[in-house]
Write a protein that binds this ligand. Structure first.
Ligand code: GAP
Length: 495
């Protein structure tokens, strides 16, 4: 498990410009978060890696960017208007609101009659160890009765146009998936695709969650990275229905994806949905769970949605949403495998997984061991002495050159040791230090060696590399190359 607690992550994210509370100067907006300068880089890197691996590198995938506001009938057809609800209860005393189905997943306050009414905090789902009672009242105040559950639709309602009337009602999409289904035929025809193929989309989704929280884990506005992978239901692979085989292939592919970007295997697991837990459209669903600081929770869902959505939209729109199977000379409604990941939840998991606290020469170092592709900043150029104009000028020039290819920053606001720690804390894989040896001393008639020190974040090892070779060196290091190989080719620098 990660050593990061949620409080540590929230505090680091604010202090170092990753994630801020939304509208903080007005007291904050509940469960809304803003990505700061480093957070937007990290999130973009996660999305870029996902898009490249799932769209660009695959011959059977294309992309889409559908609008957030859609025809209101979409949500009738998809079942969201009728089924996208959570049961909600209110405490009659403290007015706190809860999801009825999650009530026993939190600790509860109990005034125990067996101990003259003493107040206890009882662990989630357990009875009181003194009187044996189970929770029946409000878990927060321990006194109020709860209302009977009411179904609460999670979609955000709004009005299209200037008149707030029933005919103008529309909704902010609660999942990006429906934008893909309603464009199925557009994409199929315009791209002349053959089954099996997938359509990928990254975009915002909105849910009026009853109990949002745990930082960016559950929010009301969030981003999804979704794939709808269409499979011919008449086909079999090795004697098994093709949709079932593709479901397993996607589970493996998505499980491996998180590890490719450094997430530790022991913090990931697959959880099969029980029959009673399946969504109304699903034949089978598995979750990829991550061991978040709050415990094991869903990171991504991978569902077999069958032909439910295409059939529903065909019925409600009156348009045919089929695929013509040339071989069998018949129209089929494809089955759909849907790997659906949260971009924000992935950011949280990558942050938690990368977080380390280490002791280095008797001092505590916090380091985010991000995979170089995800790291918000790839290189930091640091002048050893900011009072030496030649050193500063060389460092600025170097930053300018490297920034054309990689996100590179310059920092001279502290002594070198502290500058290294600052970069460690935001996960910068490499620091480049310009020193006296680099530029020489013109007053003494000494020319520099035009070499700089590269320091690697995780090992903290250093190597001395000629400036002229830096672009090639970083091409390797920030590509497939390993630091250990590079360190063998260049002389070590003094730490
Ligand atoms: N189209 C299928 C679908 O939306 P989901 O399991 O409801 O399935 C998919 O959502 C993913 O979206 C989740 O695994 C999670 O990563 C992310 N997600 C869902 N609700 C979220 C919320 N309120 N805040 C942040 N991420 C959320």
């Amino acid at each position: 498990m990660s050593v990061a607690t949620m409080d540590l992550l929230v505090s680091l994210c604010k202090r170092r410009g990753f994630i801020f509370q939304s509208s903080e100067i007005y007291g904050g907006t509940g469960s809304c978060w803003d990505y700061g300068p480093l957070g937007v880089e990290l999130k973009n890197n996660v999305k870029r890696a996902w898009w490249r691996d799932n769209v660009h590198l695959r011959p059977d995938m294309v992309g889409l960017d559908a609008s957030i506001l859609m025809h209101a009938m979409v949500w009738k057809a998809s079942g969201h208007l009728d089924h996208f609800t959570d049961p909600m209860v209110d405490c009659k005393a403290c007015q706190h609101r809860f999801r009825a189905d999650k009530l026993d997943e939190q600790t509860w306050i109990h005034y125990c009659p067996a101990t003259k009414g003493n107040k206890f905090e009882v662990p989630a789902g357990e009875p009181c160890q003194h009187c044996g009672a189970r929770r029946s009242l409000c878990p927060d105040c321990g006194k109020g009765e709860l209302t009977t559950p009411r179904q609460f639709n999670l979609m955000f309602k709004t009005f299209m146009g200037p008149v707030e009337e029933d005919a103008a009602v529309t909704y902010l999409r609660p999942e990006t998936a429906q934008g893909i289904f309603v464009n199925f035929d557009n994409v199929l025809q315009s791209m002349r695709l053959k089954l099996p193929f997938g359509i990928a989309q990254i975009g915002k989704a909105f849910r009026n969650e009853i109990t949002p929280g745990n930082f960016i884990f559950r929010t009301r506005e969030f981003e999804q990275m979704e794939i709808e992978f269409f499979v011919n239901p008449l086909e079999t692979i090795d004697g098994r229905p093709a949709d079932e085989v593709w479901h397993e292939r996607w589970m493996e592919s998505r499980f491996a994806w998180y590890q490719r970007y450094g997430m530790r295997r022991e913090n990931l697991r697959i959880r099969e949905h029980e029959k009673g837990e399946l969504a109304h459209y699903a034949k089978r669903t598995v979750d990829i769970e991550y061991q978040f600081p709050i415990g094991w929770s869903e990171l991504e869902g991978i569902a077999n949605r069958t032909d439910f959505d295409l059939k529903q939209h065909a019925q409600f729109s009156g348009k045919s949403l089929t695929y013509f199977d040339e071989e069998r000379k018949q129209h089929v409604v494809p089955y759909v495998i849907e790997p659906s990941a949260g971009a924000d939840r992935s950011v949280l998991a990558f942050l938690a997984d990368a977080y380390r606290e280490e002791e280095v020469r008797g001092e505590r170092r916090v380091v985010l061991r991000f995979h170089p592709e995800l790291a918000p900043v790839k290189i930091a150029v640091l002048p050893l002495l900011k009072k030496r104009p030649e050193i500063v000028a060389t460092a600025h020039e170097l930053r300018g050159t490297l920034a054309r290819r990689w996100v590179t920053v310059y920092d001279d606001t502290a002594a070198i040791g502290r500058l290294y720690r600052r970069q460690d804390e935001v996960g910068t894989p490499y620091c480049v230090t310009v020193d006296v040896q680099t530029v020489g001393d013109t007053a003494k008639g000494e020319s520099g060696d035009r070499c700089v020190t590269i320091r690697e974040r995780d090992s903290m090892e250093q190597a001395r590399v000629p400036i002229a070779e830096l672009p090639g060196v970083f091409e390797r290091l920030l590509g497939e190359g390993a630091w250990a190989d590079l360190a063998r080719s260049y002389p070590p620098a003094k730490g």
